[in-house]
Design a protein around this ligand. Structure first.
Ligand SMILES: Nc1ncnc2c1ncn2[C@@H]1O[C@H](COP(=O)(O)OP(=O)(O)OP(=O)(O)O)[C@@H](O)[C@H]1O
Ligand SMILES: Cc1ncc(C[n+]2csc(CCOP(=O)(O)O)c2C)c(N)n1
Ligand SMILES: [Mg+2]
Ligand SMILES: [Mg+2]
Ligand SMILES: [Mg+2]
Length: 323
């Protein structure tokens, strides 16, 4: 059993609430409330798995936990509104450190005018923080993984592999402020996703595990093939300089960059580029979408003139031999 087969095994066969638009299977769930759709997601971070208390400041632990959740709202095109925080506190955590965790969350949430409206506090062996976020999206404008169509452009925001490289810098005590910042305080692409609201159809998924994994999720959900040109994948020059033997794998499956991977019609692509430019955000075409050749949508990677299937990779919880 891994994380994905477990989720499949507990997925309800049907839903009862008529207001529900999307249950399990995307970055967040969506339900309808009058004229607006409400989007909600929860992600958890645990000491030793998603960060180490030894190497990450409590402020960044809070900031990053909320950023990961806001990234799921961004992947749905939603406007953040509320969050709830559940924490598991070991006895050796000082109150001052916990205040710092909340200060980190507030510093990110305040920028989006979010309100913290509740949570839960328990003691336990490992520090863990679980955040539930709520956001709004205009009716029928939530951005699903199912929305990709043959002929679309495949794009990604920002640069990939930075977060994994940042983690390596922290662990190896390499002083690279940019990469460490990208790992500790990632920027969810909320504003960019909101700017895409004028388009009728955009598929979006946020990069938590790596594009090999999130690409597969779009391909499977939309029943299309994705074709990625390796040379077009954007990365920061410092990761190639510092980690020449590892960066190529990290840009595909390092994960936790919290960038957006998406597809849009070729006709609308120039407008997407323009909107990104206005926000000073880079957005890069990394491939295209075609009809699925097999019964299930797959991802293909072209590298050094050779095209091969790109298998799902990246961090998978509950995998044999892990933790
Ligand atoms: N334990 C669980 N019980 C019920 N639903 C779950 C559970 N874990 C995940 N899901 C649902 O499965 C879907 C995929 O979740 P997943 O966590 O893979 O997405 P994500 O948050 O975008 O990725 P990541 O956790 O890597 O950031 C979502 O709809 C999520 O709500
Ligand atoms: C101390 C430490 N060790 C390893 C990693 C790497 N890591 C942990 S979880 C994850 C994928 C996303 O998880 P999820 O699917 O729960 O969102 C990745 C890439 C880290 N960040 N910190
Ligand atoms: Mg996600
Ligand atoms: Mg999740
Ligand atoms: Mg997530």
């Amino acid at each position: 059993m891994d994380e994905f087969s477990f989720i499949d095994s507990i997925k309800p066969d049907s839903y009862r609430q008529s207001s529900l638009i999307k249950g399990i299977d995307d970055d967040a769930a969506v339900f309808r409330q009058n004229t607006q759709d409400i989007v909600t997601a929860v992600d958890t971070m645990v000491d030793g798995i998603h960060f180490s208390r030894e190497t990450m400041e409590p402020y960044s632990i809070g900031y990053r936990a909320l950023a990961a959740n806001l990234s799921d709202l961004a992947a749905m095109g939603a406007e953040p509104a509320f969050f709830m925080v559940s924490i598991v506190i070991p006895s050796d955590w000082a109150e001052q450190e916990l205040q710092e965790v909340y200060r980190g969350m507030a510093s990110l949430g305040d920028g989006y005018r979010m309100d913290m409206i509740g949570g839960d506090t328990v003691s336990g062996k490992e520090f863990a923080i679980s955040i539930t976020v709520f956001g709004y999206v205009e009716r029928n404008k939530a951005r699903y993984r199912t929305a990709a169509l043959p002929g679309d452009i495949l794009f990604v925001t920002g640069t990939l592999g930075d977060s994994r490289a940042g983690l390596e810098c922290i662990n190896k005590k390499i002083d690279n402020e940019y990469l460490i910042q990208r790992h500790c305080q990632p920027s969810p692409r909320i504003t960019f996703a909101e700017q895409l609201s004028s388009f009728n159809r955009v598929a979006l998924n946020d990069v938590s595990d790596g594009i090999a994994s999130e690409g597969s999720e779009i391909a499977e959900a939309s029943c299309v093939d994705l074709h990625i040109a390796y040379d077009s994948i954007p990365y920061h020059s410092s990761i190639a300089e510092l980690f020449p033997n590892q960066y190529q794998e990290w840009i595909l499956s390092g994960g936790e960059d919290f960038e957006l991977l998406g597809t849009i019609s070729e006709r609308e692509w120039p407008e997407v580029q323009q909107k990104a430019e206005e926000l000073n955000l880079s957005v890069t075409k990394i491939g295209y979408v075609s009809e699925a050749r097999e019964s299930k949508g797959l991802v293909y990677l072209t590298m050094d003139g050779r095209t091969e299937r790109l298998e799902k990779s990246g961090y998978t919880h509950l995998q044999e031999g892990r933790d």
